[in-house]
Design a protein around this ligand. Structure first.
Ligand code: PEP
Length: 254
């Protein structure tokens, strides 16, 4: 662990795990990794399991995160959940602008920006996701796509940029088993940090930039040992305690 930024491994459980399954998974991770302080471990279950997972990981170093929230503090927004409601359940983190939300729920950079501001106001740390599609990469515009997403999603947040995490998740690597090579990922992470420098100056050096996209126990160390990769946002491999904990162990070895 030579980087000054704290390595962070966040598990995005997506729309998986009934309440009892979520409790089991969280308890298993706590049993193996509950005292781990060198890596920040974040569990992001679905809303329905936040309470039970929060209870299961209490009195441990594991942190709780949500997968989405609304930008308004309260009001007539049927079906939505606010930042303060997440804080009520002891969430520390919230994933925002995941590519699945951008694709299936038409979330724009402007929406993500409003959510990020609301999250920070409620003392939640936003994990803002960006990433290009395969078509965009093949067309040579991966960097410009990611730059636009960052500038739009983080507009006006320069002064508090050190409270924001970014997850680079190339859409072509999510749930496909196809991972970006460590070199490709590092090149984009370095680019992301330079764009963050334009937004928040020297605060960019403190921003944790996570890689997401088919991170597994056997590729995690090579990715996380890159200088600008500060951990992972893990989907499929976070659904099983053994695999998730192996990724944390890989992070500990970097
Ligand atoms: C994700 O959806 O955030 C993700 C990285 O998924 P997977 O690890 O399954 O590719």
């Amino acid at each position: 662990m030579s980087k000054f930024r704290k390595c962070t491994i966040a598990g995005n459980w997506k729309m998986n795990k009934a309440v009892n399954e979520a409790e089991d998974l969280a308890s298993s991770v706590k049993r193996e990794m509950g005292e781990c302080s060198d890596v920040e471990i974040v569990l992001c279950p679905p809303f329905t399991a936040l309470k039970v997972v929060g209870d299961a990981i209490s009195e441990s170093r594991l942190k709780l995160g949500a997968q989405n929230m609304h930008s308004e503090p309260d009001g007539a927004y049927t079906g939505e959940i606010s930042a303060n409601m997440l804080r009520d359940l002891f969430c520390h983190y919230v994933i925002l602008g995941h590519s699945e939300r951008r694709t299936y729920f038409h979330e724009t950079d402007d929406v993500v920006n409003r959510k990020a501001k609301a999250a920070l106001k409620a003392n939640l740390l936003p994990i803002v996701c960006v990433g290009e599609t395969l078509t965009e990469r093949d067309a040579g515009c991966a960097e410009s796509v990611v730059r636009t997403q960052l500038q739009g999603s983080l507009d006006g947040l320069g002064d508090v940029l050190d409270k924001v995490l970014v997850a680079y998740e190339p859409v072509w690597a999510i749930g496909t088993g196809r991972t970006a090579t460590p070199e490709t990922a590092q090149a984009m992470h370095k680019y992301i940090r330079s764009v963050l420098g334009g937004i928040g100056g020297s605060k960019a050096d403190s921003v944790r930039i996570l890689y997401g996209g088919s991170m597994k126990p056997d590729n995690a160390a090579a990715l996380i040992s890159q200088p600008d990769i500060d951990g992972g946002l893990v989907g499929g491999a976070a659904l099983e305690a053994r695999q998730f904990c192996e990724i944390v162990r890989a992070a500990l070895s970097c």
